[in-house]
Design a binder for this molecule. Structure first.
Ligand SMILES: Nc1ncnc2c1ncn2[C@@H]1O[C@H](COP(=O)(O)OP(=O)(O)OP(=O)(O)O)[C@@H](O)[C@H]1O
Length: 319
């Protein structure tokens, strides 16, 4: 569906080019839920924006290729494009669920108008009343009442607003939905409801969901595959269950080891230190300074991301 090859993307600052995505090769497959995990500042959002072709706010692609090929399940029509032109496919073939519902929804516009505004022309062919009825039915499928449409964003709870954003993204039946930390700052009950909504949409549409979250628990619950980002690189990618059971990269192992477990006695093992600066990353493996298994070679040469088991790749010299 989307193939990234040796992609380098980031931001030009007065001091240097900050490559928040650095030589990343990754395939996003049809009909899967792919998670992107990693600590804050590792480049998850930048990778997501590159996948979406959103080169606003100073983001630039400095190398590599991003190619998309999207098949319409009804007509069989295939749309191919590359990142620089993905914008033409927004709210049609691909859509995006942003983080903060309050910063995205217009506070002085009723929800119905905001949904209608976001829709492509082809969805607006019938009468206004017909479109409203379709939206009402769609929202009802996710337990959202019609009154939502006549509300202003501030009249809805944070969870409700976020569900509206997910509904807007899904209404056009896109082949790809990208969701960047869609449940951050929401309580666990609401978080679960939104995650279930995303999963249900993916199952119904048989499309692809790419989900960015720093919360490994979220990935464990819903993703099919997971990519672990560290300092602008993907250091591990594989089926989620396998990555959790048998993490290859020491960074992945450390992230999983830091997860709380029910009934666990004693302290969890945290990960000391911070990722390196992306403005001047170290030579060799970027995790070496924090890695308990690092050896001389790790500080000299950067390990490539290669399969260590079928469909399970890791970028480590030893595992
Ligand atoms: N507009 C920008 N200009 C300059 N640098 C930026 C910009 N946006 C992000 N960065 C830098 O790029 C790096 C990666 O940021 P990014 O937001 O992609 O990481 P992230 O893993 O999504 O982090 P978080 O979980 O905190 O959102 C960071 O070092 C960040 O400071």
């Amino acid at each position: 569906m989307i193939e990234l090859k040796n992609v380098r993307a980031g931001y030009g600052t007065p001091e240097a080019f900050v490559a928040a995505v650095d030589d990343v090769t990754l395939t996003v497959q049809d009909n899967e839920i792919l998670g992107i995990a990693g600590e804050s500042g590792c480049g998850k959002s930048t990778l997501m924006r590159t996948l979406y072709g959103d080169f606003s706010g100073g983001l630039k692609m400095a190398g590599g290729t991003v190619k998309g090929s999207f098949t319409d399940p009804e007509s069989g029509r295939v749309t191919t494009s590359e990142a620089a032109k993905f914008q033409d496919l927004w709210w049609d073939v691909m859509s995006y669920v942003p983080q903060g519902s309050m910063s995205v929804l217009n506070p002085i516009m009723k929800v119905e108008n905001q949904i209608v505004d976001a829709l492509p022309k082809r969805e607006k062919k019938g009468s206004k009343a017909e479109l409203r009825q379709r939206i009402v039915e769609f929202l009802a499928g996710f337990g959202l009442p019609e009154t939502v449409l006549d509300s202003y964003p501030h009249q809805l709870s944070g969870g409700m607003r976020q569900r509206v954003l997910v509904a807007i993204a899904a209404f056009v039946r896109p082949r790809l939905i990208l969701a960047d930390e869609p449940t951050t700052a929401l309580d666990v009950v609401v978080q679960k409801r939104i995650l279930l909504m995303l999963v249900e949409i993916q199952r119904r549409l048989k499309n692809t969901l790419v989900l960015v979250s720093h919360d490994l628990g979220v990935h464990y619950q819903i993703t099919d595959r997971i990519a672990i980002a560290y300092a602008g690189k993907i250091v591990e990618v594989g089926p989620t269950s396998e990555v959790f059971e048998n993490p290859r990269h020491p960074y992945t192992e450390a992230l999983i080891g830091a997860l709380p477990r029910v009934g666990q006695k004693g302290e969890r093992v945290g990960l000391e230190g911070r990722p390196p600066s992306l403005a001047s990353p170290p030579d060799g493996c970027r995790f070496a300074a924090r890695c308990p298994e690092a050896q001389a070679i790790c500080r000299q040469s950067s390990p490539p991301l290669v399969d260590k088991a079928p469909n399970h790749a890791s970028a480590c010299h030893f595992r």
